[in-house]
Design a protein around this ligand. Structure first.
Ligand SMILES: NC(=O)c1ccc[n+]([C@@H]2O[C@H](COP(=O)([O-])OP(=O)(O)OC[C@H]3O[C@@H](n4cnc5c(N)ncnc54)[C@H](O)[C@@H]3O)[C@@H](O)[C@H]2O)c1
Length: 83
């Protein structure tokens, strides 16, 4: 599954981007310093973080590292199956 990080997902453009990417089948992590004002975010994961802080940028991107590890593990299992 394709994954996307939408920064400012609680805002005007970010909120619309989350909806568009959901329709295209993405798994989405939304990040904002505040909740969306009009409706709950449609993001699969929504973190309230201040992205001015470097450590929060790392937290926002953590799912990519986990996903890569899962893919690496799955790749190893696939290779083991073909031996
Ligand atoms: N109804 C409308 O037509 C409408 C409504 C809103 C905005 N607009 C237009 O849209 C444009 C602006 O939209 P936008 O989406 O760029 O702005 P926005 O302010 O709606 O979204 C920016 C988002 O970034 C977040 N953000 C800011 N600093 C952050 C930080 N340090 N860490 C995490 N999140 C942070 C804000 O909380 C906000 O939710 C303008 O041109 C405005 O006129 C139109």
């Amino acid at each position: 599954m394709k994954k996307a990080l939408v920064c400012g997902a609680g805002g005007f453009i970010g909120g619309h981007l989350v909806k568009k990417l959901k329709k295209e089948g993405y798994w989405i992590r939304g990040v904002d310093i505040k909740e969306h004002e009009l409706a709950p975010s449609q993001a699969d994961s929504f973190l309230l973080l201040d992205l001015r802080r470097p450590e929060n940028c790392g937290r926002a991107l953590m799912f990519i590292k986990i996903w890569r590890r899962q893919r690496t593990y799955m790749g190893m299992v696939e290779r083991a199956d073909t031996l």
